[in-house]
Design a protein around this ligand. Structure first.
Ligand code: CA
Ligand code: ZN
Length: 295
């Protein structure tokens, strides 16, 4: 099994691949935390970090057979975080910066539980930054989310989930990083329990699928993940794309789909603090099966 630990700070066709793999191969990524592992104690503030080294993504990997216009399927076989996380507030970013000073908290993790002062809670190791290179000539910092994926900070991107990304350049140039041991939907402080970790994934090129924005699938739901300048705009984008996808694949009339989805599907906030905001629109898989929908 190939193992990768080199990082980049942008998703770009100009990044030299750190490795080449066959479609369907299982690979392991060693990921740094979003601070590039620069935070070491509670007395250290995030403002002391080198900001040019934020949100590193391990990669990029060149996946043979992945062609522009296709889709790459990413199965998250295992998402494992290290045993110490870091969370922080930031000056002047996020909805609550007026409520607090810049501060750092270390979050010990043991036996599947995280500790914040006297509060202990279960972890949900998830990947914040995950995606592929955007079209040639475009370079997106890893702190930004978009159609290529990137910093989506989606709590559903965890062990057992499968993601589908639209491929914009040959080989896809896949990367991931910014693991969180825990995060609430919204990520209101601009920080999860930021942690280094290991992600074991398979990357498979799918030539017959075409997407605008990433899809996510887990045991119970299939969703579209959309990012835009506001949560409203991101939600609008996600629900439109889902209706288009279901209409194209099932032939069911749009008004019927809109009424049905209004009863059974959920708009959920991923994050509201990054340069673009991210929403997922999740439809139960039993509903998709009843409609005769297949990817
Ligand atoms: Ca993030
Ligand atoms: Zn993060």
């Amino acid at each position: 099994m190939q193992y990768f630990d080199k990082v980049v700070y942008t998703f770009s066709a100009d990044n030299e691949p750190t490795g080449t793999i066959d479609s369907g191969e299982i690979v392991i990524f060693r990921t740094q935390d979003c601070f590039s592992n620069q935070m070491h104690s509670e007395s250290q503030l995030v403002t002391s970090c080198d900001y040019s080294k934020m949100n590193p993504a391990t990669g990029p990997l060149f996946v043979r057979d992945a062609q522009p216009g296709d889709v790459i399927k990413v199965e998250l076989l295992d998402v494992q975080c290290d045993t110490i996380g870091t969370t922080t507030t930031l000056p002047k970013i996020g909805p609550l910066w007026d409520k607090c000073e810049t501060r750092t908290k270390r979050i010990p993790i043991e036996n599947g539980k995280a500790v914040f002062n006297d509060v202990t809670f279960p972890i949900n190791p998830m990947i914040g930054v995950i995606g592929v290179a955007p079209e040639k000539g475009k370079s997106v910092p890893c702190g930004y989310p978009g159609s290529h994926g990137g910093n989506m900070d989606n709590t559903a991107i965890t062990t057992g989930a499968t993601l589908y990304f639209p491929v914009a350049v040959e080989g896809a140039l896949f990367g991931c990083g910014d693991m969180h041991a825990a995060m609430g939907d919204g990520e209101i402080s601009v920080s999860g329990a930021e942690v280094a970790g290991y992600a074991t994934v398979t990357l498979t090129a799918l030539p017959d699928l075409h997407l605008v924005d990433p899809l996510i699938e887990n045991g119970t739901h299939l969703g579209i993940i959309a990012s835009a300048e506001s949560l409203d705009a991101a939600a609008d984008r996600a629900v439109h794309e889902m209706v288009d996808l279901l209409h194209d694949r099932t032939g069911v009339d749009e008004a019927e789909l809109v009424m049905l989805l209004s009863l059974v599907a959920d708009v959920q906030v991923c994050q509201m603090v990054d340069p673009q905001k991210t929403v997922r629109f999740m439809v139960p898989k039993y509903v998709l099966e009843s409609l005769g929908f297949k990817l």
